[in-house]
Design a protein around this ligand. Sequence first.
Ligand code: AMP
Length: 588
Amino acid sequence: MLYQTLVDIYEKLNATSKRLEKTSILSAFLKNLQDNDVEQVILLLQGIVFPIWDERRLGIADKLVIHAINIATGKSPEFIEQKWKELGDIGDVSANCVQKKTQATLFSNELTLSKVFTNMQQLVSFTGEGTVDKKTALVAELLTNATSSQAKYIARTALGDLRIGLGDGTLRDSIVWACFSQQIGLVYNQAENDVKLDEEQRKKYNEYTNLVQSAYDKTTDFSLVLEKARKGEEALKKITITPGLPLNVMLYQKAQNIADAFATVGQPASIEYKYDGFRLQIHKIKEKILLFTRRLENVTSQFPDISKEAKLAINATNAILEAEIVGYDISSGKYLPFQNISMRIQRKHDIESTAAKYPVHIILFDLLYLDGRDCTVLHYHDRTELLAGICAQSKTFYLAQKIITSDEKEAAEFYNKSLLNGNEGVMMKNLSSPYQPGSRVGYGVKVKSVMDALDVVIVGAEWGEGKRSKWLSSFVIACKNKDEYPAIGRVGTGFKEKAEEGTAFAEMTELLKPHIKPQEGREVQIKPAIVIEVHYEEIQQSPSTAAGYALRFPRFVRLRPDRRPEDASTLAEIQKLFTQQRGRTKNI
Ligand code: AMP
């Protein structure tokens, strides 16, 4: 397949903001793909060349791409930098420079999809001296043979920011449309931008959507899902949990208090300590251990200590376990707040010494797969029994503390005990529920000491004034609603002036800089990428925010590098909290 065919799709997707139209464009394209193009196309549509859970990342710097544009087009670095300032996006700069190539290329070879894909993948294969030059040459080679529009997407793919507005939801729906529209009787009316479905068709549509979503949640691999869906419903249904492929984790709803929690999960319930660390999927495949965060990042290299423990402690050939990883203070043995180990997640150097300095406990709370058996379909009670049976507990590797009770008083005592032990609260879980990957279904709820905490995404900010002019401040925060991130206000307090005191404005600015959208003036928009936890006093209805709600007195508490923007608190949750809060006030 020619790369241009994919570029045409990028451009078409970019040209419309209508989700149904995007779905229609993409589904027609996916339907007619050759089998051997599926994997590369699906990855490149997501702007990546390695699956999300692969340890390999392109990690290409702006400078390298600028140099490659210089080699490919003969434009001077100064000219390219100037254009970058004007246009704000290196993809657009690349397109602009290629349009005006000054070095005549005698033999322009038309780029194929696999040539682009292979060159991109090769970018990670070099180490040692000359690495930067070799990488630059690979990107330059592509740009030399590219048309203007191809150059735009080559640069953006190298930098890992495609900017075509394609979310997971649209990709999933496109697979449903591409493979099952006949079964559903689905026809897209472009003039009206609508699909008309009667009740029966709607039911079928939902069934197929759930089927595709469930296959994705079990494997987080859209290439695999499309490959099977193209073969038909039966092939798709056979997709199952596979050690090595991280699953989308089950999420827990928030309960107001213990009575509310019992009302959701039933009585008796299992009540576990809610440890304040980060969630980890531990995959054991014979002698190999793979570790994934809930963002599906492969962090195996960062935690050799966990792999070592897991190999010794898990008595199974193949298994997938879930654990909370908590840092502890070496001298006092006490748990440390999440921030203290969060830096281990991104660590690339000095891994062993950091592991020794910031040791962790591995606290297991679920079992999702065991020696050929998909355990997610089992009841919580059976899963945790099996888990206890296969794990040799040690000082650092153990099962979450829990009780099973129907009694509110006993539950409240356990909750207090959990807080006294330095935890965040408790998790309350329905004893006979399955594990549903990827959803927040209410099979378990969290009861936290701080009720009014939300995970929000930063989508904008303001450059400061005077001595703060190098820093971003007054961050616009947003919740998640389907594929969108509507704002729920601004947060400016809780950040520190100096790094020694905690998360400082300077650190926030560095984190956010790569995600700033090109813009004039002090006010900037920011691509949803960074998740933070905020506390607040109250939720108010507000006509002036995109979400229709605003937080009163929001305060930054901590960064959440273990969360993706998709994991942020949802608009529906905020609506629920708003009504619960009104209920609370009424009762007083
Ligand atoms: P929250 O981070 O407030 O959304 O609460 C859910 C998170 O609590 C999970 O994603 C886990 O990382 C963490 N957690 C801590 N202890 C447990 C436990 N016993 N069971 C399940 N999740 C836990």
